[in-house]
Design a protein around this ligand. Structure first.
Ligand code: GRF
Length: 221
């Protein structure tokens, strides 16, 4: 049997997407080994989840570093040392220095709660509501130096319902996030996905014309 993909997860918050990955692994649906969980916040729920799952974890406090660059180089030194093959940003709320992340381009993905290229950055649910969008969604993309700007691998969509507020929209989208991230990670673990530099994605050696779509629990072209 081939050895499982080694993944490291970075998270600043509660860690429900990390939990979705752990649950998929535990259910035998995701052949990965978690080698590290890192956070910039000592209070992140993700750290507690890692501890409970027996995953090595670490906190790096940005205040302990003179510049963002220093922070990011230390962060990636830790991640390199973990032996990770893939880095998953699951609610990691920091902009990462472009030079620091360069060696990981093609081996780092992020989950972002919007239908990219719409609504990069923060407050995506509010912005979708304010724009009167009839659809909202979540994207998993390769990370490049451009914030929320790397090639999109896959998306899940939901309808915006009459009466939705930021909270209800976020809650409904989260259900999709918890399916989308394991589904994409599974494709990577199977060696089926690749970044086609500079801005494309290949599935089984074929360039995607559009991001994969999640329907139910399945990704389709
Ligand atoms: C998710 O909405 C994710 O899309 C965004 O940050 C949130 C993290 O939630 N990038 P959690 O910490 O995984 O529960």
């Amino acid at each position: 049997m081939p050895s499982p993909l080694r993944i490291a997860v970075l998270a600043s918050g509660r860690g429900s997407n990390l939990q979705a990955l752990i649950a998929a692994r535990d259910a035998g649906e995701l052949p990965v080994e978690f080698v590290a969980v890192g956070s910039d916040k000592a209070s992140a729920g993700a750290l507690e989840l890692a501890k409970r799952a027996g995953i090595p974890s670490f906190v790096l406090n940005p205040r302990d570093f003179p510049t963002r660059r220093d922070y990011d180089f230390e962060l990636f030194a830790r991640l390199n040392a973990s032996g990770a093959d893939l880095l998953v940003l699951a609610g990691f709320m920091r902009i990462i220095d472009g030079d620091a992340l360069k060696p990981w381009v093609g081996r780092m993905i992020n989950i972002h709660p919007s239908l990219l290229p719409k609504y990069r950055g923060l407050h995506t649910h509010r912005r979708a509501l304010e724009a009167g969008d009839s659809e909202h969604g979540v994207s998993v993309h390769y990370v490049t130096a451009e914030l929320d700007g790397g090639p999109v691998i896959a998306q899940a969509r939901i309808d915006v319902l009459a009466g939705d507020d930021e909270h209800s929209l976020a809650q409904r989208l989260l259900v999709q996030e918890h399916r989308l991230l394991p589904a994409v990670t599974r494709l990577i673990a199977a060696g089926r996905l690749a970044l086609a530099a500079p801005d494309g994605v290949e599935l089984d050696g074929q360039r995607l014309a559009a991001p994969l779509r999640l329907s139910g629990h399945t990704l389709t072209r």
